[in-house]
Ligand binder design. Structure first.
Ligand code: ADP
Length: 193
């Protein structure tokens, strides 16, 4: 599913983030940047040990929730990995939506600052961190759309959703946000076919 907005192109695909040929892929990291399962495990496995070496050297303090840091991408097809720390879901009353939106914004800002024209996100926080996927999808897409409209960069933002249920949740939320339906055509005032 693809949607042309005022500031750039937004894509939703089902797939594996580690295979994306974009300038930067985003890792669903933890505050210690210590590696783990899910997206994090897949990125370090495929990208090789250089990514963790650089992370330890440059960011020994880790990264606060709602923020992100950037490294080279080792053996992955992208140029950079942006390590983002989304919130753990604790019922929704601990600032989770603001922290999740902030994580996405930090990633986009780092991508633009490093001249990335394309970036791919996984669904931050909806795996081990248990954020309900439809709520996360709404917050994630709203944050990205707002950034694109404001900054008109990067040119391409792709969400790479691992399983079909997650893909469907994002497709539904994109419809709510932009008026785009499953066919990928849009009828919102800020988007064109
Ligand atoms: P978090 O700890 O932020 O919740 P996880 O990595 O546990 O992050 O999960 C986030 C989402 O990424 C989940 O929907 C999970 O299914 C998905 N995921 C896991 N592996 C991959 C992968 N290789 N590519 C894209 N998405 C993935």
């Amino acid at each position: 599913m693809r949607c042309r907005l005022e500031g750039g192109v937004l894509e939703l695909v089902q797939g594996d983030i580690t295979l994306q040929q974009v300038d930067a892929i985003v890792n669903a990291a933890n505050r210690r940047l210590a590696g783990g399962g899910g997206v994090d495990g897949a990125i370090h496995r495929r990208g090789g040990s250089a990514i963790m070496e650089e992370t330890r050297r440059r960011y020994p303090e880790g990264c606060p929730t709602g923020q992100a840091v950037i490294t080279a991408a080792g053996e992955l097809p992208s140029r950079f990995v942006i390590h983002a720390v989304g919130p753990v879901w604790r019922g929704g009353t601990h600032g989770e939506p603001a922290l999740l939106a902030s994580a996405y914004r930090h990633c986009l800002a780092l991508a633009v600052a490093n001249d990335c024209r394309s970036i791919a996100f996984p669904s931050l926080s909806t795996g081990a961190y248990r954020y309900p996927v439809s709520r996360a999808a709404r917050t994630a897409l709203a944050a990205v759309i707002e950034f694109l409209e404001e900054r008109e960069a990067p040119e391409l933002v792709r969400f790479v959703l691992f399983d079909e249920a997650t893909y469907r949740a994002y497709a539904g939320a994109l419809g709510e946000n932009t008026g785009v339906s499953g066919s990928g055509r849009s009828r919102g005032p800020r988007s064109s076919g």
